[in-house]
Write a protein that binds this ligand. Sequence first.
Ligand SMILES: Nc1ncnc2c1ncn2[C@@H]1O[C@H](COP(=O)(O)OP(=O)(O)OP(=O)(O)O)[C@@H](O)[C@H]1O
Ligand SMILES: [Mg+2]
Length: 504
Amino acid sequence: MTTWIADVPTDGTVELRPDPRALDSLGRNHSLETALADLVDNSIDAGARNVLIRFIRVGTRLTGLYVVDDGRGMTPDSIDTAMTLGGRRRYSGTDLGRFGVGLKAASFSQAASLTVLTRAAGHSAVGRRWVHGDDRASFHCDLVPTAFADAELDRPWAVSTSPSGTVIRWDQVAGFPATDDPLQVRTFLSRAIDHLRGHLGLMFHRILAAGDTRIVIDVEDVDGGVGIPTEVGPLDPFGYPKPPPGWPRTLTADVGDTRLSITCHIWPRRSNTDEYRLPGGAENRQGLYFYRRNRLLHAGGWEGIHAPDKKLQLARASIDIDGDVAGIFTMNPEKSRVTAGPDFARAVTTARADDGTTIADYLQAAESTWVVSNRRATGQRRPVVPPGKGLNPKVVREIVDELPQINDQPLNILWAKFDNDDFFEVDRTTTTLRLNNRYRAAVLGGRRGGLNDAPLLKAVIFLLMENVFQGAILGARDKDNIELWQQILTVAARTELASYAGRS
Ligand SMILES: Nc1ncnc2c1ncn2[C@@H]1O[C@H](COP(=O)(O)OP(=O)(O)OP(=O)(O)O)[C@@H](O)[C@H]1O
Ligand SMILES: [Mg+2]
């Protein structure tokens, strides 16, 4: 006999309201892309045909961001529920919303304040604002005057918010560069827009391809005007031209009452298309793709079925799930990850296609497709010295992907101070090709330099000269080539320098 008692006794309750600072912990797993995807989910749920993401620049500084849609909007009666943390509505079977936190969590993960301005058909506009911060003392939400809500909704967006629509406004976005340096701001913007296009294009590819909703991104200079919008195109991870014969196959397994279907695809070969490469690189995008209501939640990874493997990069399998399935999956509240429980890996090992194909057969087929297609592509190519320092990582990846490499020191291509006019210098002892710093500014044409600058020039130099770094001794032919290249390239570099000097 022990002292353990099965039921815990209680004698009353006490109400413990959450401290408003609990809001600070929301959405910590978000990035700008995933947070905006959460807002796009809401726009799609509101039936929007058009969604606009707009960066706001005041002078040279980025200050805020808007998401504007032409969906149903919210009525003055429903906006307070929408602003409430965990405020839920009735969800339909196709809704992407589920927790009642997305809007708030996504916004507070990125911005100091969230303003919602919205108009439902036949109702007047209404606005609310949440300010986020350490000094928050209560859950009081600010009421925005109707005139301001109207004015914001009626700004000249590329999306019409009449008769209904919603404007989500973020101020003081934490991830924006805290600098006025126009070059840094421009670099940040072009990278942010690139990432956004990639992420949203991937996550919403089915919805975008169906043509139900359009997403565009633009930048407004408050004292200038609005830049040319960038459209987010669908990025289909299964968008290969033609699969290998016999694929894709659908494997099914029953887990309790749930039937799990895994559609196993194999890309025919590696490809240079955006669909194959995907944000993050194809090698990290092998594995499972979880969709919920046609929205991709999670792109790649094997969830315990297999370890990532370079040779499995042609394998991508899609699984349609509907939210959590007890014991098998859980979706995180940011809707950016699905976690599979131990029952999942077990279920997958029992999955079979109609013809008996198993997951092991699939992985095997994907691997042999990789081996065969790779042999075909790179087998007859002459091996090169591995690329080293000074080359842009994207160029390095391309070289490594496309060419077999000899087992030797990597070739560095670096700028250096010369005491003559030569364009380059071959240093076989350190496997380094030096370029004369004197020509650097002209080559960069005014752009800022860095270790990996001048990718085009360095890639050409690599292809032209890497073989003089191969082998123990330098042959007569190599020596003659080096002399020839030196003469021609030095003339070219001098010409470049003269035209650059003439320009400034
Ligand atoms: N762009 C919008 N247009 C119309 N209604 C919106 C919009 N954005 C949010 N809402 C309303 O606000 C509510 C709260 O949004 P929020 O994203 O916080 O939660 P949710 O979408 O219901 O669930 P989840 O946490 O899964 O995203 C939504 O249910 C919806 O009613
Ligand atoms: Mg939501």
